[in-house]
Design a protein around this ligand. Structure first.
Ligand code: HEC
Length: 120
């Protein structure tokens, strides 16, 4: 029993360490600034330069990451499907991001205050 508890503690610790390595909010903000995503989506990610551009602040991180990967697939010439987004502008920006950049910038965006909400 004692061994089991120790093993569980170890596993929990590993999971915590793993989670902190999986996303890095500071690095996510740095990606946002380096690639200048703000020039279209607004510095706060909720004041886009055109009303048709999506608000990203407070959006679910997994949705954002999925969208960015779908733009990458679209830009790499994958045929249009439900899992591919073809957009010349976002394709060009998404292809500049590594897998880790996508996880970090998505986590940072999700942590920002924004008007997006689920109506309950
Ligand atoms: C030149 C303007 C421009 C820049 C710069 C830009 N975006 Fe976009 N972004 C757009 C437009 C326009 C759309 C909507 C495209 C569409 O219809 O799929 C969009 C869509 C998105 C979406 C999908 C959101 C949703 O709700 O479906 C994400 C995520 C996103 N952008 C993230 C980023 C990130 C991260 C960067 C920086 C690496 C960035 N954008 C830079 C214009 C831009």
């Amino acid at each position: 029993m004692k061994h089991l508890k120790l093993a569980l503690c170890g596993a929990a610790l590993l999971m915590t360490v793993g989670a902190s390595q999986a996303t890095d909010l500071g690095a996510g903000k740095a990606v946002w600034e380096k690639v200048n995503c703000a020039s279209c989506h607004g510095a706060d990610a909720k004041s886009p330069i055109l009303p048709t551009y999506p608000i990203l602040a407070g959006q679910h991180a997994d949705f954002l990451a999925h969208a960015l990967k779908a733009y990458q697939r679209g830009a790499s010439g994958a045929p249009a499907s439900a899992n591919v987004r073809k957009n010349a502008v976002m394709g060009a920006f998404a292809t500049q991001l590594s897998k880790q950049d996508i996880e970090n910038v998505s986590a940072w965006l999700a942590s920002q205050p924004g008007p997006l909400a689920v109506r309950k």
